[in-house]
Design a protein around this ligand. Structure first.
Ligand code: RAM
Length: 525
């Protein structure tokens, strides 16, 4: 995938909708956290991405006694993942400070973030996402409070230079962590299975750390509101933190900043002010309908429905322009369909299924709105889309869906067709059974986002045990690797997989990976 540059697209700002977004802006909670340990990050082939964390010979309780000269460094371990600001007291010992202090600080969500030399990065997205700072300090003592927010468990402080005449002493390292919600607001569950309980906790921490002034996709990167991520975060939030105002805010943000033609952007920025990104995705625009629909399933809110119904309707109207005469979704490079980061994935069938899935939700919105014309028209659309899906993509002999000109049989198509209910329940169950036989263990799936839909489809057809096994295999593998929060990209067969050309740019606390707690709380307890 590449960056989209649509700088000529005209957007409109709806003041009424954006004011509502502002009204639902949360007040963040702050928590001061001290490190629990001093550690060393060592290269080790057996460790996740080639690194392992060991206890340092130095002790935190003796911090003030360590004198750091040129090339000396310390790594603080805060015990788990936090999002917040870092501060530390710096002082000198020895002769008068005859030269400035030159410091390098690095912030890591995982050990490799610290261990890998940032200069080795040459991926296709900006290296400026790598969380590190180079700072000169002219006078000590100094209370260093870094202005930027980081997403981290580990903080490395390295003296690039002092002077042979004096050394650095550090004290009081601290993170002031921030989130829109509090971990203690969610009651821990006991499933009777230790791994599932742990997966649940890691999921909660992931969602907690991504819930800021919007539902961020990843607090390390991209630090913004993406529609596809929001959909899964909102669903998980209803089962856990139950902060509905934040979902409402995000819906109003997307609705308040569409293109002049009414298309919802794939993501929006909220700093330094509200700005829609000039990036559009076929599936993400349609998911505006889903987020609105899911919200209304947990909260009866007539005003929200009245405000946002036209925006939801417009997404479906615009999607219809992508249909061939035979009602098949034609993929378009200018309005890409995301589905997953896996390479070589044919997305035709999944795109068709996503349109059916969201059209069905829109029909229910139209029913809530008592708009019989929209109900009838959407019903017709669903029927023609479904017929096209079955005519073009269902291989009745194999009982599996194929996708695209090469009839690719991939897991994304099966999962989305099942979620869109294009087949009767018994046949849909058969699709997942066949998929388990032929496509598992799945290969080449790049993200927990895609994995979510695979597990969701297994639960949907009643293959509960199989769904649990997949969840434990996939998210459990991240736990085994020591995850405090779940990752943006993860392929168990390729632990170094990155959609961007290097794992050090990946986010290791990523919104769309938080859903096991949703599954566990919805289906298991
Ligand atoms: C990446 C982010 C984000 C996702 C998009 C499609 O930039 O990981 O979460 O929604 O891709």
């Amino acid at each position: 995938m590449e960056f989209q540059n649509n700088k000529d697209v005209k957007f409109k700002n709806d003041v009424y909708l954006l004011e509502k977004a502002e009204k639902n802006k949360p007040k963040l909670n702050y928590q001061e956290v001290a490190p629990i340990n001093l550690v060393e990050i060592q290269a080790d082939e057996a460790g996740f991405q080639g690194f392992r964390v060991t206890n340092s010979k130095q002790q935190l309780s003796k911090l003030a006694t360590y004198h750091l000269g040129k090339k000396d460094s310390l790594v603080f371990d805060f015990g788990t993942h936090y999002v917040g600001r870092f501060s530390i007291d710096l002082n000198s010992v020895g002769s008068p400070m005859d030269a400035p202090l030159f410091l390098h600080l690095k912030f890591g969500e995982v050990a490799a973030d610290i261990g890998v030399d940032s200069k080795s990065y040459d991926g296709w997205i900006s290296s400026s996402w790598i969380q590190e700072e180079y700072i000169h300090i002219d006078e000590l003592p100094y209370h260093l409070e870094l202005p930027r927010r980081y997403s981290m468990r580990y903080v490395q402080i390295e003296v690039l230079d002092s002077s042979p005449k004096w050394k650095l002493v550090v004290n009081n390292p601290k993170i002031t962590a921030e989130s829109a919600v509090k971990m203690e607001d969610v009651v821990p569950i006991k499933t009777g299975d230790k791994l599932l309980d742990k997966i649940d906790q890691v999921s909660l921490r992931t969602l907690h750390d991504c819930m800021q002034e919007v539902f961020e996709d990843g607090p390390k990167r991209d630090r913004r509101l993406w529609l596809g991520d929001l959909r899964l975060q909102a669903l998980t939030n209803y089962q856990t933190f139950k902060n509905k105002a934040l979902v409402k805010r995000c819906l109003y943000l997307f609705a308040g900043m569409t293109t002049a033609d009414g298309l919802v952007a794939a993501n929006v920025f909220t700093k330094p002010r509200n700005i829609p990104d000039d990036t559009f995705m076929f599936d993400y625009s349609l998911f505006f309908i889903s987020v609105l629909y899911d919200y209304l399933m947990v909260e009866d809110d007539k005003v929200l429905l009245a405000d946002l119904y036209p925006v939801a309707k417009r997404q479906l109207e615009l999607a219809k322009k992508m249909l061939t005469d035979d009602n098949v979704v034609a993929l378009d490079d200018k309005w890409i369909t995301f589905v997953d980061w896996s390479e070589n994935l044919d997305k035709h069938a999944a795109a068709q299924a996503i349109m059916i899935y969201t059209a069905k939700q829109f029909k229910q919105l139209a029913e809530m709105k008592k708009n019989s014309e929209d109900v009838i028209n959407t019903e017709k659309l669903i029927n023609s889309l479904t017929k096209a899906a079955l005519d073009n993509y269902y291989d009745a002999k194999e009982q599996l869906f194929v996708s695209g000109p090469m009839n690719q049989v991939n897991i994304a198509s099966q999962a989305w067709m099942v979620l869109a209910h294009v087949l009767p329940d018994d046949k849909a169950k058969m699709v997942m059974k066949k998929a388990l036989e032929k496509l598992f263990p799945v290969k080449g799936v790049g993200t927990p986002y895609m994995y979510h839909h695979i597990v969701a489809a297994l639960f949907e057809v009643g293959l509960k045990e199989e769904a649990i096994v997949e969840m434990k295999n996939y998210w459990g593998k991240m736990v085994e690797y020591g995850a405090d929060t779940f990752f943006e990209a993860f392929d168990p067969q390729r632990p170094n997989f990155s959609p961007y050309g290097s794992p050090i740019i990946n986010s290791y606390c990523h919104a769309w990976s938080c859903t096991p707690t949703y599954f566990i709380r919805k289906y298991l307890v």
